[in-house]
Design a binder for this molecule. Structure first.
Ligand SMILES: O=C[C@H](O)[C@H](O)COP(=O)(O)O
Ligand SMILES: C=C(OP(=O)(O)O)C(=O)O
Length: 442
């Protein structure tokens, strides 16, 4: 198959969870605009992430992937993005110190605007409307006009992603994200949170170590800037295809909407359009694996998506649920080994631990999240493989969406600040608390 045949091949396969746009001409127009627009990330930056992930595949680094369940256009403010970035950096510092290994930081950011849903419709008070599919497709308000898929939103997704990348990039490189700012990230937070206070103690220890290093003449690069990569679920294939660019040097195709894209649990059919599209791009990619994933599927993903067995190319993001992780994961890890693959294994302890609280809020128990991560580490330790990282949904705000952890959110607190546009996220205290639990495992 030629490169362009490979790139076009996804169009012949069934594509699950694609929006039904009412105005096809408008879709064509916006896709043409996107196809002519500048790439959001460069192929060389994607290759660089792959090289960093190769260290994770080799057991020399740990990966932290996290951010909102569903980004929103209104939520893409500099302050909210900085708060999310700070949370990501604080968690990463906790891991780095605990594991004494580099942490590859990957935001669920700058592109996480489309959601696969369980049902195509939502009913409230006897009224049924199309379900919210993410800001890239329709609006969140329960209103018949707002819920109609609008292709102009694909352009807004591009713009919001571009502006988010710019904010993160400035934050990462202007001195605010360097290790000498450890206390500053926590300043607004330490007073009212046990996890913040624990973090502060750790920050003092790190300060001490840094002073020692400076006294020895060392100037670690992380003191001044950090690397933060962007990832999202590559759900909307028309959007991804329009932003696919051929790298002039290598002749390979790259999704330029983000450094790393993943295939979701609902769209990972082996003969489906998502697998076909992902096969054609050279980015580092992920595949979510839920409890129904079979060992034979894993062998096929390795063969189809990582034919060259390139370290850092393929990540399996497992989301089994705290009750199934210990039973389901071992055979999948062995299947990847049988196929001669060396994928990265990342634990998503969020997506199979969701339930509906009596108040009607979708929520997750902090203890289940911790337990799934523990199960993930137990399995890898027993098999002698590397528990490569975690994938979490969090925000930098003090929301009340998950129960327990940090400064204890109770089931009756959920309504106080439930702001997620889709699934429940850890707030900042819960995120740091989780990071300290994981640090013990590291
Ligand atoms: O984030 C994951 C899915 O999009 C989400 O869990 C779907 O939620 P639903 O089951 O409410 O549709
Ligand atoms: C939809 C998601 O998860 P999953 O595919 O694992 O259900 C997600 O991570 O947003």
């Amino acid at each position: 198959m030629t490169n362009s045949e490979l790139l076009a091949s996804w169009r012949d396969a069934p594509a699950a969870h694609q929006p039904e746009w009412p105005d096809r001409a408008a879709v064509k127009n916006v896709l043409a605009r996107l196809a002519a627009a500048p790439a959001l990330v460069t192929p060389s930056a994607c290759d660089y992430l792959r090289s960093r992930l190769a260290a994770v595949a080799n057991g020399e680094a740990f990966a932290l992937q996290g951010g909102d369940c569903a980004e929103t256009f209104d939520g893409a403010t500099p302050e909210a993005i900085r708060n999310k970035t700070k949370t990501l950096l604080q968690m990463a510092v906790i891991f780095t110190y605990a594991a004494a290994r580099p942490v590859v930081k990957i935001g669920r950011m700058a592109g996480q605007y489309a959601k696969p849903r369980s049902s195509p419709t939502e009913t409230r008070g006897g009224v049924t409307l199309p379900v919210y599919l993410g800001d890239a497709v329709n609006g969140f308000d329960f209103d018949p006009v707002v819920r109609v898929p609008d292709p102009a939103r694909l352009w807004r997704m591009y713009e919001a992603s571009r502006s988010t990348l710019g904010i993160v990039d400035r934050y990462a490189h202007n001195g605010y994200a360097g290790l000498d700012q450890l206390h500053r990230w926590n300043r607004d937070f330490v007073a009212n949170s046990p996890a913040g206070a624990r973090y502060e103690e750790l920050a003092y220890e790190i300060d001490h170590a840094l002073q020692f290093m400076r006294a020895c003449g060392a100037q670690p690069e992380e003191l001044r800037s950090v690397e933060i990569f962007a990832s999202h679920e590559g759900l909307l294939l028309d959007y991804e295809d329009a932003l696919t660019r051929i790298d002039r040097d290598s002749g390979r195709a790259y999704a330029t909407s983000g450094h790393m894209l993943w295939i979701g649990e609902r769209t990972r059919a082996l003969d489906g359009a998502h697998v076909a599209y992902f096969r054609s791009i050279a980015n580092p990619i992920g595949v979510k694996l839920g409890p129904t994933a079979a060992p034979a599927d894993v062998r096929s993903y390795v063969d189809i998506l990582d034919p060259d067995r390139q370290p850092g190319r393929l990540t399996f993001i497992t989301r089994m649920g705290s009750r199934q992780i210990r039973d389901r994961l071992p055979e999948l890890v062995r299947a990847a080994q049988d196929a001669g693959g060396k994928p990265i294994w990342i634990c998503d302890p969020m997506h199979s631990n969701t339930f509906l609280a009596p108040s009607g809020h979708k929520t997750r128990l902090f203890v289940d999240i911790v337990d799934e991560v523990r199960g993930f580490f137990d399995v890898h330790r027993a098999l002698g493989t590397h528990p490569g990282g975690i994938h979490v949904e969090f925000t930098g705000e003090d929301v009340t969406e998950c129960i327990g952890g940090g400064s204890e959110v109770l089931v009756d607190d959920l309504h106080h600040r439930y702001e997620s546009a889709c699934d429940p996220r850890l707030n900042r205290g819960q995120s740091l608390d989780l990071a300290f639990h994981i640090a013990e495992l590291l």
